[in-house]
Design a protein around this ligand. Structure first.
Ligand code: NDP
Length: 449
């Protein structure tokens, strides 16, 4: 540490001074600093080598212009980014987000979290994140393709199968990954695993689309198992209705739980009878093919729709925030606890505010932070990279089993580093310390770089 940095609070003040107007990034740094401070205090060699100061400084930030022409023939300009945060344990790896809210603070927070998440997966992946302030919603195919081609025309200079391997995030599905892969291949004249989340016909892994949602449910299963419980008959509340939410719902339904809500940025639907497999297939068609709004579900099935609201006031046993950051605040956390919720697993990245996490932990309910519970997506991206390198594809069952084992291993790591001795596991501390120690060790071994 710098000589004047003695406490986690000093470190946070230092981070704030160096990164003004980056609230999401600071929020993520604060959580990690608090979690790892005890470990740092016990390892003066890590402090001397300024390991945490180095970790919050991206190895590289790339910002670039993305010009394209819309359907009316008008010129448009977006801002593209790639944050290459840390490559100590492997090539940079992390998704691309396309949403009007995208900015440097949000992408730095995501890239920072990704470093520890990727470390937890046990696979050799560094951390990165990127995207653009482009809104794919309401855009025609004729607009989406040239935008993503233009984005990749610049990004291709900075990524590669052994350098940086992006994947999807908010606003990206198979269609967008396909367009980016095609453009990369054309410009570089090579067929390599430069992106994950690819289509099945050109190197994609089975189970990758399902992986984040399935993995989140497997993680919750491990937390419940430790308490001698399972999913049978549990009422579950999910936010979002995108990739992560859809496959969280699918696995929960398969394991005997009852899913009663899903949402989008317009509001949430409450189906008290439960969303079954057939209704979920309808939602997948609505969201992935028709690109419609979740309200249409309420109109179609005649259930409640709550415009402009989030689902955390609905009585449930388990909650899965799976839309976006800071979507579950302190009063919503209190409502969940008061209504008897016994577990929360984050499908999204940083969906619970720090005050909400305090409420969950004070009530001693199960709480899994996204960097542990949603790591199944990037883990399966890692498996996709392995299959691309091997020029071979594993079966659905093989990938699913590997995913399940990775989630079990992440759970064990969290228990190992997060147990406080009286039976309660602080999964936030467990995930942060578990992810941190491996990256710190690799950085120390590689010298001052
Ligand atoms: P999608 O784009 O498929 O879905 C996002 C969902 O969240 C949509 O229902 C969207 O509603 C809603 N949403 C997005 N932004 C907001 C907002 N500002 N307010 C309210 N609702 C919002 O994204 P994913 O499912 O892929 O990602 C969801 C979360 O999971 C993100 O935090 C992402 O970082 C995280 N994650 C994703 C992984 C993956 O493999 N895809 C891996 C690990 C984490 P609407 O359509 O109205 O915008």
């Amino acid at each position: 540490m710098s000589s004047n940095i003695k406490t986690a609070e000093d470190f946070i003040a230092y981070a704030k001074e160096r990164n003004p107007n980056q609230p999401e990034f600071i929020q993520a740094v604060e959580e990690v600093a608090h979690s790892v401070w005890e470990h740092l205090s016990n390892h003066p060699e890590l402090q001397r080598s300024k390991i945490l100061e180095r970790m919050i400084e991206p190895e590289r930030v790339i910002m670039f212009r993305v010009p394209w022409i819309d359907d009316r023939g008008e010129f448009q300009v977006n801002r593209g980014y790639r944050i290459q945060m840390n490559s100590a344990i492997g090539p940079y790896k992390g998704g691309l987000r396309f949403h009007p809210s995208v900015n440097l603070s949000i992408l730095k927070f995501l890239a920072f979290e990704q470093v520890y998440k990727n470390s937890l997966t046990t696979l050799p992946m560094g951390g990165g994140k990127g995207g653009a302030d482009f809104n794919p919603k309401g855009k025609s195919d004729n607009e989406v393709m040239p935008f993503f081609q233009s984005f990749m025309t610049e990004l291709q200079r900075h990524v590669g199968a052994n350098l940086d391997v992006p994947a999807g995030d908010i606003g990206v599905g198979g269609r967008e990954v396909g367009y980016m892969f095609g453009q990369y291949k054309r410009l570089k004249n090579e067929f390599t695993g430069v992106l994950t989340g690819k289509g099945k016909t050109f190197g994609g892994s089975l189970i990758r689309p399902e992986a984040t949602g399935y993995g989140c449910v497997y993680f919750m299963q491990e937390m419940l198992k430790r308490k001698g419980k399972d999913f049978k008959g549990k009422t579950c509340v999910i936010s979002g209705s995108g990739n992560v939410s859809q496959y969280t719902a699918e696995k929960l339904i398969e394991l005997g739980a009852k899913v009663v809500t899903m949402s989008d940025s317009g509001g949430y639907i409450y189906d008290k009878d439960g969303i079954d497999a057939a209704k979920l297939a309808w939602i997948m068609d609505l969201k992935n093919v028709k690109r419609g709004r979740i309200k249409a579900y309420a109109d179609h099935y005649g259930c409640e729709y709550h415009e402009g609201q989030r689902p955390w006031g609905v009585k449930c046993d388990l909650a899965f925030p799976s839309a976006t950051q800071n979507e579950l605040n302190e009063s919503e956390a209190k409502a969940l606890v008061e209504n008897g919720c016994e577990g929360v697993a984050e499908g999204a990245n940083m969906p619970s505010t720090p005050a909400a996490i305090e409420v969950f932990q004070a009530a001693k309910i199960l709480f899994a932070p996204g960097k542990a519970s949603n790591a199944g997506g990037v883990a399966t991206s890692g498996l996709e990279m392995s299959q691309n390198s091997l020029r071979y594809g594993w079966t659905r069952e093989e990938v699913d089993e590997k995913l399940n084992n990775i989630m079990k291993s992440i759970h064990e790591t969290c228990v190992q580093h997060g147990s406080n001795g009286n039976g309660y596991v602080d999964y936030v501390k467990g995930a942060n310390v578990g992810g941190f120690v491996k990256v710190a060790e690799a950085m120390m071994a590689q010298g001052l770089v």
